[in-house]
Design a binder for this molecule. Structure first.
Ligand SMILES: [Zn+2]
Length: 297
């Protein structure tokens, strides 16, 4: 499932390519993508608009259009947003951005297609079909995302901000990190990686952190996300970047999906437990389980 580094990778790749381009046409092939709004309504509203910017908030992609509206897209489990050469612009000597095999797979899972004025197309592909899109007026964006937590790569994400959000909470740190209302964009992969980097046990109550733990966890979340960005995101399942290529972060995991393999720090075996219904990987030796009773809120 794409998390902040995966979504941000797509955003950084596509932004310079599509900024200023006009969307000639949007074709929605799956009514579920815009539900409950009829696909035809969104198609009509987007056609002819110029892309002012492609941004990100949490795991959401924000396609800002002229005329004061933004098309918000969420990749959910298996969505991808990929720029492809239009059929008429393919130069056989240079090849396509997508290999033949990749292209036919993508075509099978195509949910929506933006035709741009330079002949290229932006494809939203999604095998599991949980991805979604909705249009929102720009002046409603703030309210729409008001309940979304702090952006972890922004200067707002301080140890104190983390401590305030965790204060009094008995939920395990792993669950706390997954809650988008606290920190936006962190999911299962980077929560595991961050907790290992901070040497904190995933079942420690969130409210039991002392200031030094808050500082360690803040730094660890940032470092884990930046590692993901450096390696172009993680392609465990279906994730492809904005060019249709796999990321490399899955080869760099410190603990995630590495059950039984040696801990990079102590060499002992990585363990796996289930927290909030999610597979959670950690080192039982290196990661300290905080047991202090949380203060009441
Ligand atoms: Zn260890």
């Amino acid at each position: 499932m794409p998390e902040l580094p995966e979504v941000e990778t797509v955003c950084r790749q596509l932004e310079p390519e599509i900024e200023g381009r006009r969307i000639e046409r949007l074709e929605v092939l799956d009514e579920r993508w815009t539900r409950p709004v009829p696909a035809a309504e969104v198609e009509l509203a987007v056609a002819g608009r110029t892309i002012e910017e492609l941004g990100r908030r949490g795991k959401y992609l924000l396609l800002e259009l002229d005329g004061g509206q933004t098309l918000v897209m969420h990749l959910r489990m298996t969505g991808n947003l990929v720029l492809v050469e239009g059929e008429e612009t393919i130069d056989p000597s240079e090849g396509m951005r997508l290999y033949e095999g990749e292209r036919s797979t993508s075509e099978r899972h195509l949910r929506a297609r933006f035709e741009l004025d330079d002949g290229r197309e932006l494809w939203f592909t999604d095998p599991r079909r949980f991805g979604e899109a909705f249009l929102i007026d720009d002046d409603g964006l703030g309210a729409r995302f008001a309940k979304l937590g702090v952006e972890p790569l922004s200067t707002d994400f301080t140890p104190e901000a983390l401590g305030e959000r965790a204060a009094g909470r008995t939920a395990p740190l792993k669950s706390f990190l997954l809650d988008q209302a606290h920190i936006a964009g962190v999911g299962n992969i980077y929560a595991d990686e961050a907790l290992f980097r901070a040497r904190l046990h995933p079942l420690s109550p969130a409210g039991s952190m002392k200031p030094e733990h808050q500082l360690a966890l803040r730094d660890a979340v940032v470092e884990a996300l930046e590692a993901g960005l450096t390696h172009g995101g993680a392609s465990i399942d279906d994730y492809r970047d904005g060019r249709g290529e796999k990321g490399g972060m899955q080869n760099e995991f410190l603990v995630h999906t590495r059950e039984g393999e040696p801990c990079p720090n102590c060499g002992g075996p990585i363990a796996r437990i289930v927290v909030s219904g999610r597979s959670t990987y950690y080192c039982p030796t290196c990661q300290v389980r905080l047991r202090k009773r949380p203060r009441r809120r």
